[in-house]
Design a protein around this ligand. Structure first.
Ligand code: KG4
Ligand code: ZN
Length: 349
């Protein structure tokens, strides 16, 4: 079965066709990140307008591989969480296509889609199989969530950030260091050759008894370090400062993963979200899995950032569970997946 996925929750306009929820036949992404750079973050109005410009060409290219819309069996679209104006562009596109073609429509939760990203691959590079229970860390620009996943779509939220998300912390750190937006990849690259011991920074909630994280204190500590060192020294030692920052972030995340592993049965470690592209986080998560004798599943870097292949994959699970959306399917801005004990079902506000 082939599902067309459509994603437009933030600044990426994306469409993809995925076979049986696992094999990517096409995966097309147009990013408006350049339009936002001058403002140091995503400007919702600009993002919506860019989705309008990019949606049809992206869609045409994605469905071109299977001879157009006739070649797909169902349509999956991100309904939230995200920027409502942006989401509406994808939703209206998907609803129009479903109405015109009579094909079934399913709504997808953006975070649910990220969690599927490690389990999608290509016909010549098949994806790994999920095994349960999993410990899944979802780290993006808007979320930092640690889940115990006991079966497909069955999960318990163990911990979350109390303030900034990890990606947000990277982006704010990049701003403090004058490295532009978005900041994750450039800090990661600079940190690779830096000495993390030269400028150690605090690890948030190290001794809290729970599995929560916090990154706003780290941002303040970085900003104080930068004022103390002065511009010239920061420029000279930039890679060491970045390495110190990255060490504090990754240590905080790994500490909580270790703590969760001490408390719960787990057979597979999973990373997802934009920050899952981080080289140090990937290496340390793999090392942790090796130490504990667990399997470790990391999404390919190209699927860490927002894309529609993961939306199609999550759409397949929803479709298989019998979910169907009508034309009343609407966008929602915030997530229940990030509320402890909340309603974890898909696409409900
Ligand atoms: O998942 P994503 O594409 O968008 C959201 O749904 O938020 O994540 C984007 C975030 C940005 O904050 C970006 O700085 C961060 O992921 N990021 C990274 C890396 N690549 C992207 N953070 C750390 N290291 C990276 N290599
Ligand atoms: Zn995302």
């Amino acid at each position: 079965m082939r599902i067309l996925g459509i994603e437009s929750s933030c600044d990426e306009t994306a469409a993809a066709v995925v076979e049986d929820g696992r094999f990517i036949l096409s995966n097309v992404i147009a990013s408006s990140v350049k339009e936002h750079q001058a403002f140091g973050g995503v400007v919702p109005e600009i993002a919506s307008r860019q989705h309008l410009v990019s949606m049809v060409p992206v869609l045409d290219e994605a469905i071109g591989v299977c001879g157009g819309l006739e070649g797909v069996d169902a349509i999956a679209v991100t309904a939230g969480p995200g920027l409502v104006g942006s989401l509406l562009v994808g939703l209206m596109t998907a609803k129009t296509l479903a109405w015109l073609s009579g094909k079934p429509l399913v709504g997808v939760h953006h975070l649910e889609a990220h969690l599927q990203s490690p389990f999608v691959g290509w016909p010549d590079r098949p994806p790994p199989d999920p095994t349960f229970p999993q410990l899944a860390l979802l780290v993006s620009g808007g979320h930092t969530l640690l889940f115990h996943v006991t079966a497909p779509r069955q999960r318990l939220l163990l911990g979350a950030t109390r303030d900034d998300a990890v990606g947000e912390a990277y982006d704010k750190a990049a701003k403090i260091l004058g490295l532009g937006y978005p900041g994750g990849r450039v800090i990661d690259e600079l940190a690779a050759t830096g000495d993390p011991g030269l400028y150690p920074l605090p690890v948030g909630l190290r001794h809290s008894g729970d599995l929560d994280t916090s990154f706003s204190g780290l941002k303040t500590a970085l900003s104080q370090l930068v004022s103390r060192l002065g511009d010239e020294r920061v420029d000279r030692d930039l890679r060491h400062v970045c390495a110190g920052f990255q060490q504090a972030v990754v240590t905080a995340l790994l500490l909580k993963m270790e703590k969760a592993l001490d408390q719960l049965p787990v057979s597979q470690l999973v990373l997802a979200g934009g920050v899952a592209a981080n080289s140090r986080l990937r290496a340390e998560t793999e090392a942790l899995a090796r130490r504990r004798g667990l399997s470790c599943v990391l999404p390919p870097r190209s699927l860490c950032t927002d894309n529609a292949a993961m939306v199609a994959a999550a759409g397949q699970l929803a479709f298989d569970a019998g979910e169907r959306a009508g034309l009343e399917l609407n966008a929602f801005a915030s997530s229940t997946l990030s509320r402890r004990g909340g309603d974890l079902s898909l696409c409900r506000q």
